[in-house]
Design a protein around this ligand. Structure first.
Ligand SMILES: Nc1ncnc2c1ncn2[C@@H]1O[C@H](COP(=O)(O)OP(=O)(O)OP(=O)(O)O)[C@@H](O)[C@H]1O
Length: 262
């Protein structure tokens, strides 16, 4: 397998209680690519992200992540090479955790600081990442006192703490107000355009949340791929109409997308 391949699914399906959560998905993500995974509720986006995170095995087909085949590798070791931000993770961080500690604990793949010891340089890196995402001034607050938008940014800083080879973001802009969303989209755009940033997969329901600099898109509907490839080829009215099951018009301006019912 090419060393540049970060994720490779071949005819992967995930079946639970007789239902296909994903059906026959083949997908490849390369080192320098930034992917958006789009689709309606229940389309299988989180299931796909969980495969890419090594948190789930396919029922049939094969999944390679960072050149390791799921089912034949130590997933705990693999997970240390992947940065992930999900709503589920946010819920697991104790409210009384210091914000900078919520970032640092990623180095141990744990939440809730206990007896781990951290180097000074870890703490500096944690603070620098918080600063990069505009929440540096909150480093010494407790996680429970942060707004939704601030938490999302802290979680992305945490996901980057271990200098991962793959970054997975599940609905990073969900629940944010317009200003917070625009701020986050701008920061993710800066990250996407950084050639040293890891391969990235961002899951969202909304084309408005696609940061400029993202290169590829995969559209899902009911567990199956509707379209995948270069962002500009995939984010079209036709494809989105198929994915969301209603006639949609898509417009692109200054690298951003908007969609509305036709
Ligand atoms: N263990 C399970 N058994 C049966 N069905 C399941 C199971 N886990 C998830 N599902 C179903 O699989 C489908 C895909 O779920 P998934 O969370 O991947 O979708 P999603 O695209 O991320 O949805 P959303 O946008 O609402 O978060 C959903 O219909 C969900 O109800």
């Amino acid at each position: 397998m090419s060393e540049d391949l970060v994720i490779a699914l071949e005819s992967a399906s995930v079946v639970r209680s007789g239902t296909h959560l994903l059906r026959d998905v083949s997908w490849q993500v390369e080192l320098d690519e930034r992917w958006v995974v789009l689709g309606p509720n229940g389309a299988g986006k989180t299931t796909l992200l969980n495969l890419a995170a090594g948190r789930l095995h396919p029922s049939t087909g094969t999944v390679h992540v960072l050149n390791e085949r799921l089912g034949r590798t130590d997933v705990n070791e693999l997970r240390t090479r992947i940065g992930i931000s999900t709503a589920h993770l946010a819920q697991q961080i104790p409210g009384e955790e210091r914000v900078v500690d919520a970032v640092l604990t990623a180095a141990w793949s744990v939440v809730g600081r206990w007896r781990e010891s951290y180097e000074k340089q870890d703490e500096s890196r944690g603070r620098a990442l918080l600063h990069q995402f505009g929440v540096g001034q909150l480093a010494d607050r407790t996680f429970g006192t942060l707004s939704e938008g601030e938490r999302k940014r802290v979680l992305i800083a945490r996901a980057l703490m271990t200098d991962p080879e793959l970054l997975l973001l599940d609905e990073p802009a969900a629940g944010l107000d317009l200003g917070a969303r625009e701020d986050l989209v701008g920061r993710l755009s800066t990250l996407a355009m950084d050639p040293d940033a890891p391969a990235t997969v961002l899951v969202t329901h909304h084309v408005e949340e696609i940061p400029p600099g993202f290169t590829h898109a995969l559209l899902l509907r009911e567990g199956s791929v509707v379209a995948q490839g270069l962002l500009t080829d995939v984010i079209t009215g036709d494809n989105l109409s198929k994915a969301f099951g209603l006639p949609l018009v898509v417009e692109r301006s200054a690298g951003r997308y908007t969609a509305r019912a036709a």
